[in-house]
Design a protein around this ligand. Structure first.
Ligand SMILES: [Mn+2]
Length: 328
């Protein structure tokens, strides 16, 4: 439980500031929202005023359900309204960034400029675009930010309602792909602890329920998988279906489950004139090297790139050329 070792940094940052803003990455998922909501509960217990910044206009179904069910229970604001909520005397506002450490991935880059004191709590690798001038609590070995926040909840002995425990458990289930990725004994212990607080596995399934059409579209991508150099799985979509970025990422995750596969690349249309590429690695194949050559980014286990005004097959050719250049 690495985060507990860093508790003094967290305590100090919380104590020193009057108003606390919480913000996760764009395209909120259950780990991002769950960790904001969990941290919000800790701050409530510490009698600190806190707001969650959400600028996303659309949400995935699980996030949508939670925001609807918690309507009125948590204070959500848009980044353009930060000034209204800030503590008037400067330097007493803290921004806690959860489930990302990259400035280009946060809900609002403006928030990074508007709020001077920053604390990052995240489980993703640090990289070139990691936010500067922030206290960083980063634990790559932890399954999810929800696992980190739950460790804090246990440490501070915060009593949370069973519904909040369920949300945190859903974040863990999502990020571990049902306990098949990045899962340690600590992850099981944390899930057990959430269950003691009343988290419901049945309700987690309800939050993770998928849309049948989206599932079917993803399955289509799995019907024509190629392998490159024996250890890279590749698939591409037909140009007539538009996917969400998360769908391409989910397919890339799935491709890692096959024998001998170390890395995966998935290409599909993600906007009117926009092609997306999603990549995943078990860690030994350097996908970041490939992604950076294509103008994308990420870390050693996951990343993406996008391309305007081109075609799926052109992106495919470019990708394969780079893979060949880099070699095995
Ligand atoms: Mn996460």
């Amino acid at each position: 439980m690495n985060i507990i070792k860093e508790r003094n940094k967290i305590n100090r940052a919380i104590r020193k500031n009057k108003i606390i803003f919480l913000m996760a990455h764009k395209n909120l998922d259950l780990d991002a929202l769950g960790s904001c909501i969990g941290m919000n509960q800790i701050l409530k217990r510490k009698r600190k005023k806190s707001y969650i910044i959400i600028d996303d206009k659309e949400h995935e179904p699980g996030v949508e359900k939670i925001l609807r069910e918690l309507d009125g229970c948590i204070d959500i604001i848009r980044s353009e309204d930060i000034d209204e909520y800030k503590f008037e005397k400067d330097n007493k506002n803290l921004l806690i960034i959860l489930d990302t450490n990259k400035k280009d991935l946060v809900q609002s880059e403006k928030a990074l400029k508007k709020i001077e004191n920053k604390l990052i709590i995240d489980h993703h690798e640090l990289g070139k675009t990691t936010i500067k001038n922030a206290i960083i609590i980063n634990d790559k070995k932890t399954s999810s930010t929800c696992e980190m926040i739950t460790n804090l909840i246990e440490h501070y002995e915060v009593e949370i309602d069973s519904y909040y425990a369920t949300i945190l458990l859903a974040g863990i289930v999502l990020d571990t792909n049902n306990y098949t990725l990045n899962t340690s004994a600590e992850t099981f212990y944390t899930s057990y602890y959430l269950t003691l607080l009343g988290a419901s596995a049945k309700k987690v399934q309800y939050l993770l329920k998928q849309n049948i059409e989206e599932y079917t579209e993803r399955q289509k991508l799995l019907s024509d998988i190629e392998t490159i150099n024996g250890n890279i799985a590749f698939t591409k979509a037909t140009p007539n279906t538009q996917y969400r970025r998360e769908d391409l990422a989910k397919v890339a995750d799935t491709l890692l489950f096959f024998n001998n596969i170390e890395a995966s690349f998935v290409i599909g249309k993600i906007g009117k004139d926009l092609i997306g590429l999603s990549a995943r690695s078990l860690g030994s194949y350097d996908i970041l090297k490939v992604l950076e050559k294509l103008g994308g980014g990420g870390d050693s286990v996951g990343g993406a790139a996008s391309f305007e005004n081109t075609t799926i097959s052109k992106v495919e050719q470019e990708l394969k050329k780079i893979i060949k250049e880099i070699g095995e």
